[in-house]
Every structure is written in C-alpha cells, then in structure tokens.
Write a protein that binds this ligand. Structure first.
Ligand SMILES: [Zn+2]
Length: 389
C-alpha cells in the first residue's frame, strides 16, 4: 500500500489522501458499501475462481472483515475462547472454530486488498471486566494475525489492518492505541471498532476523536459501521478516512432514499402521484433513467427492481457526499461545506446536539452566522421521515 496525505483542512482534523492498492487508487475519505452476501457460497469455488475479484467480476479495491463481528452479531450460539470464535457450522451444525490464523487464511483466499485482524468484539453497551478482556485478547489475536500474514507471502499485495477496541472506556482505548501503535511497522492501517452499537452519540464521537487524534498520521483510519450522513461528516471532521455500513443499502430496501435535503420515505402517501425523480441533480441511473417517486412508492414493497433502484441511488448519494467533502477539504472550504450540508439536510428540524458538540471540538460552530439554526428538542427527537432499520 502507498498512502499519502495530499490535503488537510486548516480548521478541522479532516484530510484527503491517496491510497494506492493492488487494484488501483482510492481517494480518501471514502464510504465503502457492504456486500454481506456477495454470492460467495463456498471457499472451494472461490479458490477455483482465483479469489473474490474474479468471482464477482470486480476490478477495483476490496476489503474483507475477519468474520468475528459477523459471528457474534449473527449467531447467538457463538462462544469466544482464547483460541478463537466457536460456532455451529451453518452447513451441518458441527462445532467450528474461527481462529486468528484461520481468519487470515480465509481472507488470503478471498484476496481482498485490505484484510482485517480477528478481533474480540463486545457490544458497546457491555460494561465491566469483559470489555478489558476483549481489548487485551484483540491485541493477542493481532499478533497471531500479523504472524500468519507475514509468513504467507501475501503481505506485498494484501494489507492488514488492526482494530482498536476498548469499548466506551477512554483509559482502555488509550492502552489499546498504545499497544497497536507499537506495532505500526507491521500493520498497514487502523480501524476503530466496537462502536455504533446503540451507545450515546455524545460518547461515540468522543471515542472516535480520541482514537483519530492518537492514531499515526501516515496510516489510514477506518471507523467501522458508520453510515448516516451526519455521522460520516462528523467522523471525517475528526480525522477519519474510511467508513462502511449496511445502512444506505438496508434503508433502501425499506423505501428510504437518501437526499441532500434529508432522507425521503418513499412509502409515504405524499409520493403516490409525484412524477419527479428522487433527486433532480443526481447522476445515478435511477434518477436519470426516469424512475419517478410515484413508481418507486407503488413498487418498493413488492418489486425487487424498485429496491435495487433505490439502493443504487443511495450508494451514489454516499459517494457524492464524500466526493463533495474531499473537494471542500482540498479547496479549503470544508467548514463552510459542513455548515451548508447540515443546513440543507436537517432543514427546520434543528441539528442533533451531539453533532454541534463534536464539530465545535474541531473549531466549527454550526449555529454561528445562522440565525434560524436550532438544536433538536429533547434527546429522543426522531424524524418521521427516516427509517434506520
Ligand atoms: Zn439518484
């Protein structure tokens, strides 16, 4: 991997960088769509196909996760031991162990450009000694992953990322950061894990800030599971370079289209006879090929084609937003971009208080020079338009 920071915001911690991987150059910050079921049915097929790039016909960069988080979040019978994650095989129910070594070997077979260490993930709502146990185990597993990766001969083309854990505890996060920074010469980048699990947003951004502030300047920083527009832009302002989330694709299947004026619930009756596109300025095939809001409203719950059309639009929305953020950072106008984005996106609803707090911590005041701006009332303020499932 070649990683080069090419522009920095003069006010916030945001930066634009160039990450060169085996399948091309990616400009950061970027949002990465998630393909949980990329039609990958078994490793044997993948090996014969020559890895996931050939299998999916995808010529660009790919990142794979280690499988630990997926096992814990999708399979309630998964048991974590010092050796790895013990789970019942989805094929025959037989007890199967995913070790650090095995996780790296699988990711070598898939052939993604960036691979993730196996980590011991606990919910961000977990408290007590389990959080420290998981953090220290994640460091031990990182060492096993590094060893397997370095011995494999694949470390020239595939890049291993460490995952910072430690829950919502600043002291544990600091210890984890220090241990992982000590291994800097043996990892290509860093992820911030263990967040987006239902914790308070005011706690969430402080952990992101703590990690982004301490992680090395010359390594990409990836916050896992972040996908709401406001979360992404706050993370970018705090110094995050990469993020992924199922949100834009999942919410599309429930009929929610993302726009610069906020999420649009296409299932609402007001769209039933609206012949306009989701967004007139959007270059995506859905908006430019004449799919109307009315068509999508009538078909979203019965027709997979309509769900695909909204999915495509939402991924283009995420890419446009991140592209605009990159341009603004390069042009030195990122603080203004944040203000205008939040104004358009939240409109009359007011800004989430945590966004105001987080952006103030890096020198941007969303409420400044906007007399009409206000904070959302009450902590439980919810948008009728958005469906985050
Ligand atoms: Zn569109």
């Amino acid at each position: 991997m070649q990683f080069e920071v090419i522009a920095k915001c003069h006010t916030t911690r945001a930066r634009v960088s160039r990450m060169k991987l085996a399948h091309g150059v990616t400009s950061l910050p970027t949002f990465m769509p998630v393909a949980t079921q990329a039609a990958i049915k078994g490793m044997k097929i993948l090996e014969e196909a020559g890895g996931a790039h050939q299998f999916q016909g995808w010529k660009h960069n790919l990142l794979t996760d280690s499988g630990g988080f997926q096992l814990v979040s999708l399979n309630k019978f998964t048991k974590i031991t010092e050796e790895g994650a013990l789970f019942a095989s989805p094929f025959d129910g037989a007890p199967t162990m995913l070790t650090a070594k095995e996780s790296i070997s699988i990711q070598h077979t898939i052939g993604a450009d960036i691979i993730m260490q196996l980590d011991d993930v606990v919910s961000s709502l977990t408290v007590g000694p389990r959080v420290a146990e998981a953090m220290w185990r994640t460091i031990r597993w990182l060492d096993r992953c590094i060893e397997t990766h370095e011995k494999s001969g694949k470390h020239d083309v595939q890049n291993l990322f460490a995952i910072v854990q430690g829950g919502l505890d600043h002291e544990l996060r600091d210890q984890c950061l220090q241990e992982m920074i000590n291994r800097k010469d043996r990892v290509a980048g860093y992820a911030i894990g263990g967040l987006s699990g239902g914790e308070e947003k005011d706690v969430f951004w402080r952990i992101i800030k703590q990690c982004a502030d301490k992680l090395p300047e010359d390594r990409p920083r990836y916050s896992m599971g972040i996908g709401f527009a406001e979360d992404l832009l706050v993370c970018v302002a705090l110094g995050v370079d990469m993020a992924d989330c199922v949100f834009p694709t999942r919410t599309a299947r429930f009929g929610v289209a993302l726009t610069f004026n906020g999420p649009l619930n296409l299932r609402l009756a007001k769209h039933a006879s609206d012949m306009g596109p989701i967004d007139e300025t959007c270059p995506c095939p859905t908006c430019s090929d004449g799919y109307s809001r009315a068509f999508l409203h009538h078909n979203i719950t019965i027709e997979t084609a309509a769900a695909h059309a909204v999915t495509q639009h939402n991924l283009v929305f995420q890419a446009r937003m991140m592209g605009q953020a990159r341009n603004a950072i390069i042009q030195g106008t990122f603080p203004d971009y944040l203000k205008s984005f939040f104004r358009n996106y939240f409109g009359d609803q007011g800004y989430p208080e945590w966004c105001i707090n987080a952006l103030r911590s890096v020198g941007v005041d969303l409420l400044e020079s906007d007399p009409s701006a206000k904070t959302q009332t009450g902590s439980g303020a919810k948008w009728e338009r958005v469906d985050t499932r």
